[in-house]
Design a protein around this ligand. Sequence first.
Ligand code: UT7
Length: 333
Amino acid sequence: MKVNFNLKQAGDSVTGRIIGTGSYVPEQIVTNENLAALVDTSDEWIVTRTGIHERRIALEEGTSRMAAEAARRALKNAGVEADELELILMATSSPDYCFPNGACEVQAAIGAKNAVAYDISAACSGFEFALSTVQAFLKAGVYRTALIIGADCLSKLTDWSDRGTCVLFGDGAGAAVIRAEETGIIHSVMGSDGAKGQVLSCMSRSEGNFLNGKKPELGYIFMDGQEVFKFAVKKVPECIRQVLEESGTDINEVKYFVLHQANYRICESVAKRLGQPIEKVPMNIASYGNTSGATVPILLDELNRQGKLNRGDKLVLAGFGGGLTWGAALIEW
Ligand code: UT7
């Protein structure tokens, strides 16, 4: 019998541990005042409804260039060489190309010649989906060292005349190096509800072009903000409770809830529904806005570099977004 898997360290006691993080945001700052010059909005409206003060917009960098820089920083932080990587998963819903995939571009840019590389598309939950996927590979003993990236450049999919969406998003990338160890990712859950997909969507091609001379076109982001809000404040606490219950973990053992940064009001509501103090829900949405799949790894990297994470700390990472999709992971630092 031919077995394709390389069973190096399989077993229940093996999981993945995050051993390094990195992030990258473009230099260009766009303030709320800058946007108020473009559409009928105000700094006051944006700050009170979302918590966003400014965001970074990529002028030259594409998704993969941001991702590659975040990856280099994560590798350096982990003390891992690029050629030690066996798997690169890039969570993105705004890749530079349909193909090659963004992870392959990162692979080439950082010289990770021994890795298999592919993308995961789950919008703002993408990083949590990548984390769960890596955990499964590591548990099964297929790989030992992996890189996961959340990277998005939603500015290129944004209708800059739509005040309902253009004030919300920013560009950026975050990455984590994960190694097979006995402690680390304790448990993770993922979920999808495709029937509600149309409340948050972005069409990749408006119509067929068979012999009609038309070029493929990208659509703009469409969002029913209130529906997404209602979904988030219900689903995020639900999946966090699920990941804690299934792993037999008391919520008070968790040091930080590292949540997708879409709206500070969503973070506040999640903390309230979980009965947890808001101090346990760090936020950086004021500076970067919603960077989609990149929010959680950027925030995690900031906490790491600020020295706020100690070995043994328990963290919950949680995301939600287009699909609809959601995911949560309980990890030990
Ligand atoms: O990564 C996941 C993706 N997205 C999300 O998680 C977003 C979830 N949703 C939200 O965060 C909020 O629903 C928004 C921030 C998008 C909107 O906040 P809201 O409190 O739900 O506002 P709303 O949509 O109910 O709009 C209230 C008013 C409306 O005017 P009228 O009808 O009351 O006259 C909007 O037209 O605010 C108006 N409005 C704006 N006004 C100034 C909508 N966008 C703007 C704007 N500036 N940028």
